[in-house]
Design a protein around this ligand. Structure first.
Ligand SMILES: [Zn+2]
Length: 473
């Protein structure tokens, strides 16, 4: 890709769904898994005469994100109407921020690169159209759900940089506890503007906007596709049109949605039903004081406090849930290296095939901690413990999972020690086989003295009897 004679510029517009309890302008619950059309009211359905009331929590969440992204927070901000018709937008307009966004001029540092953020603004989501073979169904539950839109400078030059930034942002949203950041569930959505220009040109090329990328994988594939498509056009000295295209994951290509001349005129104007909002320094200070430890700070703390390698600290802090889980397990075990190894090797393997809920039920921190502690004290080898690790996903108690391994270990140990003792005391062994029963205790005593920890004499006696019977037969 670097060998092409073109410069690539990619800018992002990212929508993140905020985790407020209610919607942006009404008291309807903000939840994504409810029965269709059960979370609506006259305000979010846009019925005549219904007036919006701004959700204060959404403002606080946007300020927290702005602070974490090193933005300046506007003293005065206001909302605008973006007018357009769409079946899943019953009001006929969307309340967004156009002229005066709540946060501006920020940046995030990702892998040593400064990614400039033009603005972060608040807006309401539209409903959802569900297309079936014959009809289109409309679910208005999503109408009025609060979103933040994060707009970056066109600063990325390849899809890998974009993915790295999105992962960084997702982690930040989760740490701030303001959004799930889950792309597959639609809590994080990304549109990209992409333009190519010959390296010798100073002016930017025409921008093509790509929409409908619903996973990290599709963002990467769609951008790779667009770079190739535009490169081929430029190679043939053909023009690139300013247009909006959508990505089809099934067909693995982008399609034209609308050209520039078709771009709707949104006729933005200030929302008359909401007064301009003054954000005072007290509110900003209050938000700042509630800011949790940032992912970068936690990474550094994991290095210094737990002595983890930077690779492991990165793996464990990439996701807040995992970082919390690690600390919870380690608070019981107090052996950070050991806990890190179990999580990175075994828990991550389990998570490939299970949802993250598993970390709060079958594989909860207390259960994993108990497993690790027992493996340590019961003298069970890591390989043996690994072989039974998946049984943690069953209903069996940790103790019972490990007792099978433990008893097999004891049998093997007894057998090994017995081999040596019989060899060293061959005269007594012959007398025992010939029927001198009292010599059983002679052997049992020697086995018990040789082995560490508690050895059940009954277990030793049964192994001895088995051998005596075998010799006789
Ligand atoms: Zn409502």
């Amino acid at each position: 890709m670097n060998k092409t004679p073109y410069d690539v510029n990619i800018g992002l517009e990212i929508h993140a769904r905020l985790k407020t309890r209610s919607k942006l302008f009404c008291r309807c619950e903000n939840r994504f898994d409810a029965e269709p059309n059960t979370l609506t009211c006259p305000i979010c359905l846009g019925l005549p005469g219904a007036l919006p009331v701004l959700n204060k929590k959404a403002i606080e969440f946007a300020i927290k994100l702005g602070l974490a992204c090193n933005c300046s927070i506007s003293e005065i901000t206001h909302f605008d109407r973006k007018n357009y018709f769409y079946p899943d937008l019953p009001k006929g307009f969307q309340i967004t921020q156009y002229e005066n966004p709540i946060c501006r001029n920020g940046f995030l540092v990702v892998s040593g690169r400064k990614i400039k953020i033009q603005q972060i603004h608040l807006e309401e989501d539209a409903g959802k159209s569900i297309h079936t073979n014959r009809v289109t169904l409309l679910d208005f539950n999503r109408c009025g759900v609060p979103l933040v839109e994060i707009v970056t400078e066109p600063i990325f030059s390849n899809p890998d940089e974009v993915i790295e930034f999105l992962l960084h942002l997702k982690r930040l949203l989760q740490y701030l506890d303001i959004s799930d950041g889950n792309m597959e569930e639609g809590s994080l959505r990304c549109d990209a503007n992409i333009s190519l220009k010959p390296k010798s040109f100073s002016e930017m090329g025409e921008k093509v906007e790509v929409k409908n990328m619903n996973s990290f994988k599709s963002v990467k594939k769609a951008l790779e596709y667009e770079i190739v498509r535009q490169t081929l056009l430029l190679n043939e000295h053909r023009n690139i049109n300013q247009e909006t295209r959508y990505w089809s994951q099934e067909q693995r290509r982008t399609f034209l949605m609308r050209r520039k001349e078709d771009t709707p005129d949104y006729r933005y104007f200030p929302e008359p039903d909401l007064p301009a909002l003054k954000i005072d320094t007290e509110l900003i200070d209050a938000c700042r004081s509630e800011m949790p430890e940032s992912p970068d700070d936690r990474f550094r703390r994991f290095r210094s406090e737990y002595g983890l390698t930077s690779e492991n600290a990165e793996l464990l802090t990439r996701d807040k849930l995992i970082a919390d889980y690690f600390e919870a397990v380690n608070s019981h075990v107090e052996d950070s290296d050991l806990v890190c190894r179990w999580i990175v090797n075994e828990v991550f393997r389990i998570l490939k095939h299970n949802t993250r809920d598993i970390l709060s039920n079958k594989l909860n921190a207390r259960r994993l901690a108990e497993f690790i502690c027992q493996v340590k004290t019961k003298n069970i080898s890591p390989n043996q413990a690994k072989s039974v690790f998946d049984q943690l996903l069953s209903d069996r108690q940790v103790k019972s999972i490990l007792s099978d391994v433990e008893s097999k270990n004891k049998t093997d140990q007894i057998s090994m020690v017995l081999d040596k003792i019989i060899n060293d005391n061959s005269r007594e062994w012959r007398r025992l086989i010939q029927g001198e029963k009292k010599l059983l205790n002679f052997f049992i005593g020697r086995v018990i003295r040789k082995l560490p920890g508690y050895i059940d004499p009954v277990q030793v006696r049964s192994e001895l009897s088995r051998r005596v019977d075998k010799e006789k037969s």
